[in-house]
Structure formats: C-alpha cells, structure tokens
Design a protein around this ligand. Structure first.
Ligand SMILES: Cc1cc2nc3c(=O)[nH]c(=O)nc-3n(C[C@H](O)[C@H](O)[C@H](O)COP(=O)(O)OP(=O)(O)OC[C@H]3O[C@@H](n4cnc5c(N)ncnc54)[C@H](O)[C@@H]3O)c2cc1C
Length: 402
C-alpha cells in the first residue's frame, strides 16, 4: 500500500523513509506526522503488521507530561499503582504504569493521514537516501532511518533478560488491583528470576516468567510449565491462553559505544539498532519517545544531519549510564545466580522517587551513592572488582571507555 506516495518506475519517493515498523520507527513516524503534517512519511515493515507481537509498558514517570499527551492514542491500559514482592520485602508504590499493545500501535499509525505503510515486504538493503526492497522496488528519501531491531556487535558486552509471557483468561477473578513489576518470591532458577503480572481485566492477566541470565537460550516449554505452576500456586485456574509473547533483551555490562557507531554506517539507526535501551531492564520505550521528540525538533531532516544528532544522543546517553552497567556487573558477576534477587530486593527498599528515576535512567549522584551505600547484598570480595570494572574471576574484562 503506498497511498500518498509518488511512484515512478518501481521507485517511490517520500520525505522520510523508515526501515522497520517497530517501536522506535513507529514513534518517530507518529511524532513527525504531528509536528510536520507537510511531510510524506513511509514505513516499510517485513511483517504483516506494525509493531510485531508485544505488550510495551512503562512507568508513568519515564516520560514527560507533554510526551504522555502525544502518546495518548497508543495507551491501552493504565494503572495508578504497582507492586513488587521478594522473599524478605513486599512493597506497593504509587507510581502509575501504562501499556501499549502491538494491535493498537498498528491501528493508530495506519490512521495518520500522512503516514503510508508497506507491510509484508522486507528491506533488502539501504543507504542514507535509498531503501531497496526484496520485491525490487526502491524508496528514495532525503531521510532514511534504520529501525530494524537489535544489531549484534563485538563492541557491546551483554547479559540477557529473557522471558515468556502468556495473556490468560482465568476461571475466576485474580484479585490483583495493580501490576506486579517483580514477584521474585519464587524458586530462583537460571539466574535472577521473577514473574511479571499485568492485570488487564478482573479475569485476564499477562503472566510473564523472566530471567536475568548469562546466556540467551530460551526454553519456551519450560517457561510455559513454570507459568502454569505459578498460576496453580496462586490458586488461579487458567481457562484460556489468549496470546503469547517472548523476548531476549540485551543488558549491557560494558562496551565501546564510539566503536559501535563507527561500525554502523548505512543510515541513521533508531531503537535497539542504535543501542538505545535501558542498560538494566533492556526496555527501550523511554528512549524511543525521547528520540522521536529529538528528531521532530531537528531543523534539517536529512540523513547526514540526523545521524549526527542520533550519534551525539546515543553516546551521551551511554556515558551517563555508566553507573547502570556497574550495577549489572554486580548483578551478573558478583552475585551467585540464585542470590541475584538480593540486589533488587535491597534496591526496592530505597525511596520511590529514586526508583522512578532509576527506570527513567535519570538517577542523580546522590541516588547513586544511596544505591551503593551500606552493606552490599553480594559478597564484598566479589563486589569490589566489579566496581573497578574487573570480573571477580578474572574473565570478561570490561572495555568501558572513560
Ligand atoms: C515481547 C517483548 C516485550 C517487550 N516489552 C517491553 C516493554 O514492556 N517496555 C519496553 O520499554 N521495552 C520492551 N521490550 C524491549 C524493547 O522495547 C522492544 O524490543 C522494542 O520493540 C524495540 O524497539 P525497536 O524499534 O528497536 O525494534 P522492534 O520493535 O523490534 O522493531 C524492529 C522492526 O523491524 C522489522 N524488521 C526487521 N528486519 C526487517 C527488514 N529487513 N525489513 C523490514 N522490516 C524489518 C521487524 O519486523 C520489527 O517490526 C520488549 C521486547 C519484547 C521482545
């Protein structure tokens, strides 16, 4: 479908061509469409719909009030509170939580008059001003953005957050009145393990079994069995599994962001492809929202100018996140897999505002001191090398650049 585009000799022209119709590019398209209604924006997506198969959630305090306003059409679920549960800590926080579904994402983007969408057609190759499709069509645009998802690189040292979630309908009401961001009061297997719960209606809930693990293998059958056991232990009888989603998200332990960007030269990247995600949670929505605003505010919408703006944003954000990579090293390297939960259990004893700033990736120096103060929840002889950027067992040296 190419409504609103100029098509000649298999060549389509647009003002902005977005390769990949996932979260980052979709939000860029939406924000540009609002701020610059004169532009012809084209999204090309390999899948049949935009946004794949996700429930994207975020904390109310991850984005500004203005950003809430422009994102409002995408929001499907809203809660005013959230809770966490650990073996030695239960806590309820008065921080709102929001969710977007892929279905709504697709629907909203397709409703914008100046956004055109081509789905079911993979991008074969791209450059700063052309996208070549596998069906031989070409798209020419002064601004091309590559949002085709995670790009593996030797310049990033990673751990993994992997999960499988089932949106289920229960026989009877579940009794939850707020999302459970982490229920880690469960057997700790395969790394830091917790269940994440989003109560959509009285009887419908997303149950997600999540692991902070050293490897990226996902045993989906084992996770389905564990979700069934978890539901049973809570006295929930599953009547129907409505849908399923899974993910393996990168968590950064160290790396060299300048080298990462030097390697990536085809066109300005966005989202995971630009290494723009929260180092500890692997979540990318807050950055995707900020980048959409950043691009929409640029005076020149040409690839060469946007790549400069994106590179500066990504490198600055990487450096400001150094502390989070240190926390990850403590989590992955200092703590035994079965004891990793203690790092988060202790963290959740801190002030609600500090926790909110943590998820937004905006902790202050004072917050960082508070997070590290006191007796560490991991053995001190293993924590100290992590602070200095060394693995306690002398492996995996970190390549952090100052
Ligand atoms: C199941 C799941 C749930 C998640 N939940 C959250 C959450 O709650 N909150 C949060 O902040 N983060 C969440 N994340 C993490 C992260 O925000 C998402 O992975 C997010 O979708 C990344 O955005 P992106 O735009 O970089 O990539 P994607 O959204 O993955 O978009 C990339 C798109 O490019 C398309 N593509 C790839 N190759 C081609 C090609 N050759 N041609 C055309 N199109 C192509 C893909 O089909 C895809 O649609 C979740 C991740 C997963 C997997």
């Amino acid at each position: 479908m190419t409504d609103g585009q100029d098509v000649r000799d298999n060549t389509i022209t647009a003002d902005v061509a977005l390769a990949g119709g996932g979260l980052a590019n979709g939000l860029i398209a939406w924000r540009l469409a609002q701020v610059r209604p004169d532009l012809k924006i084209l999204i090309v997506e390999a899948g049949q719909t935009l946004g794949g198969n996700h429930t994207w959630s975020f904390h109310e305090t991850d984005v500004t009030p203005d950003q809430h306003d422009w994102m409002a059409p995408f929001i499907v679920h809203r809660w005013n509170n959230q809770q966490v549960s650990f073996p030695e800590r239960q806590r309820r926080l008065e921080t709102g939580y929001r969710s977007i579904t892929s279905e709504r994402f697709d629907e909203v983007l397709r409703s914008a008059p100046n956004i055109s969408v081509i789905t079911g057609t993979p991008v074969d190759w791209l450059s700063n001003d052309v996208i070549g499709l596998t069906d031989e069509r070409r798209i020419e645009a002064p601004l091309v953005i590559d949002g085709r998802g995670y790009y593996p690189s030797p310049h990033l040292q990673l751990g993994w957050q992997k999960f499988l979630g089932q949106h289920v309908r229960l026989e009877k009401p579940h009794g939850l009145d707020a999302p459970v961001i982490m229920d880690a009061d469960i057997p700790q297997e395969g790394g830091y393990r917790f269940i994440y719960l989003l109560p959509f209606t009285d009887t419908e809930v997303l149950i997600e079994d999540t692991y902070y693990a050293d490897d990226d293998a996902l045993d989906t059958d084992a996770l389905r069995r564990r979700i069934a056991t978890y539901a049973q232990n809570r006295g929930w009888q599953i009547a129907e599994v409505i849908r399923e989603e899974d993910g393996i998200l990168p968590i950064t332990l160290g790396g060299d962001i300048e080298a990462y960007w030097r390697d990536y030269v085809e066109a300005p990247p966005s989202g995971l492809r630009a290494a723009l995600f929260h180092p500890v949670t692997g979540y990318s929505l807050p950055d995707a929202v900020r980048v959409a605003d950043l691009i929409a505010a640029q005076p020149s919408l040409r690839s060469n100018d946007i790549v400069d703006a994106m590179r500066s944003y990504a490198i600055e954000s990487w450096h400001s996140q150094r502390f989070y990579r240190l926390l990850n090293r403590m989590l992955f390297w200092a703590a035994k897999p079965t004891e990793r939960y203690k790092v988060l259990q202790r963290f959740y004893g801190l002030s609600p505002r500090l926790i909110e700033r943590f998820y937004a990736g905006q902790n202050t120096l004072g917050d960082k001191i508070r997070i590290l103060a006191g007796k560490p929840p991991v053995p001190i002889h293993r924590a100290l090398p992590c602070l200095a950027g060394r693995h306690p067992d002398g492996i995996s040296p970190v390549t952090e650049r100052a």
